[in-house]
Ligand binder design. Structure first.
Ligand code: HEM
Length: 421
């Protein structure tokens, strides 16, 4: 029985602001394993917009409602993207763990208004010119190469050996780094360290090396342009500076890598653990495409996204939002909002989820299509090559990464009949 003197799990006394009474601390392993329960409890207690505390008890708002996330993302005049608007900066130390997500960078992600349109337009045009058949072909080759490394052994761990490795290589290919160049491996390594939080690796140093390598890639493409995203961004009539291209290329590389890896990982988990997909995927029950779509509704790679900052005092979901308050987009919670699924069952037939964001700053139009090509090719190639692939642990033994932001597995151990390399 719960001691009534104890705050409910995750609930904390107010940090002083009456608007944040009963705020929920967004950390703790139990939530990271079952965030859907957390969102349900928060919604019951606070409604569509909940007061939360980020690391170090920094207050913010988590927007849980589908309609409210839609409203915030389509009203840039009220909820803007430049994190320098935040009214909490004086309380945030330089080494704050969430700095990589909210610290201002001169990339498309933090721009607003006409400047955002200029930057996002360049990315859209550069991505739109990607030949999706060629990308699928390249991803198939990358997949074959990776599978060849473990096919003969009859077992592997799919997150490190496959789900993370493949989009990394696809991302640098898109940006014009030749797979056999010496820079390719170094870029892959530094990007992985930058985006992963392995305790024994120096993320700051890896990020600096990554930024230098991307800088050299830009110099190289200015001299020798090719049929790649980097060259197209440099040649774009909007006339981006090298610094702007560098910041946006890093944003693109990170997005391809982080979100697409988790999409593959969560799709594979669903395919390997749910009877509706069973092992008949290659034999034609529910398809890989249906599994990937279901994941976007129920286990979206980017659960919560930081965010938007209030331009002036306003109201949202019955809460008083102050100028400069931070709003976190609760994409996972919004996708499962009971107001859009009154029967309780989350339908997955359509693609009206918010997993790619919404409004001006949504994931730029061709990007979700490219992510789909990468994820689908990765999973289909794996299932074709290793058709009797199965988990080598019980489904309940699978552990999610300890992040309230992205949703992906720590490991996905599998076994299969050894196949020729
Ligand atoms: C499963 C894969 C992906 C997911 C779930 C995803 C999701 C998202 C989300 C939620 C946002 C923020 C939207 C907002 O602020 O309203 C975003 C922005 C962005 N994504 Fe993706 N993304 C994915 C793949 C990609 C890929 C493959 C690329 C590039 C090829 C990409 C490039 C970007 C960029 C550049 C932005 C910033 C847009 C801006 O601020 O204007 N994403 N993405």
């Amino acid at each position: 029985m719960t001691d009534p003197a104890d705050p409910a799990p995750g609930r904390t006394p107010s940090p002083g602001c009456p608007a944040h009474a009963g705020a929920v601390r967004l950390s703790g392993l139990e939530y990271q394993q079952t965030p859907a329960q957390l969102y349900r409890a928060m919604r019951r207690e606070h409604g569509a917009v909940a007061p939360v505390l980020l690391d170090g008890d920094i207050p913010a708002w988590l927007v849980l409602g589908y309609a409210e996330v839609g409203y915030v993302t389509s009203h840039d005049d009220l909820f803007a993207r430049d994190s320098r608007r935040w009214n909490q900066w004086s309380d945030i130390p330089d080494d704050w763990p969430l700095m990589p997500f909210v610290g201002y960078q001169p990339s498309v992600m933090f721009t607003e208004g006409a400047e955002h349109q200029r930057r996002a337009g360049v990315i859209t045009d550069a991505l739109e010119a990607v030949d999706q058949f060629e990308l699928a072909h390249t991803c198939g080759e990358i997949a074959e190469g990776l599978i060849g490394r473990f096919a003969g052994s009859g077992r592997t761990e799919l997150i490190a050996d496959y789900a993370h490795a493949l989009p990394l290589r696809a991302a640098i290919h898109l940006c014009g780094v030749a797979a056999d160049s010496t820079d390719a491996d170094a870029l892959v390594r530094d990007l992985r360290i930058t985006l992963d939080t392995a305790p024994d690796e120096d993320q700051v140093a890896a990020y600096q090396r990554l930024a230098e390598r991307v800088g050299r890639l830009i110099e190289d493409k200015r001299e020798r342009p090719g049929p790649d995203v980097t060259s197209r961004m440099l040649a774009h009539p909007a006339g981006l500076t090298d610094e702007e291209v560098r910041a946006d290329l890093i944003a693109i590389l990170s997005a391809v890598q982080q979100q697409t890896s988790n999409w593959i990982s969560n799709g594979l988990r669903l395919l390997l653990t749910d009877d509706r997909f069973a092992l008949d995927v290659s034999g034609g029950r529910l398809s890989v495409g249906q599994a990937l779509n279901e994941v976007l509704w129920l286990d979206t790679p980017l659960q919560n996204f930081t965010g938007r900052w209030a331009v002036r005092d306003t109201q949202l979901g019955g809460k008083r939002i102050r100028e400069g308050d931070c709003l976190i987009l609760g994409l996972a919670a919004a996708n499962t909002d009971p107001l859009i699924w009154p029967e309780g069952h989350v339908g997955t037939e359509n693609s009206a989820h918010l997993s790619f964001g919404n409004g001006e700053h949504r994931c730029p139009y061709p990007a979700p299509l490219l992510a789909d090509v990468i994820a689908r090719t990765a999973i289909e190639t794996l299932l074709e090559r290793l058709p009797d692939l199965e988990l080598s642990v019980e489904p309940h033994e699978l552990i999610w990464r300890t992040s309230i932001w992205s949703r992906g597995l720590l490991a996905l151990p599998v076994r299969f009949t050894p196949a020729p390399r």
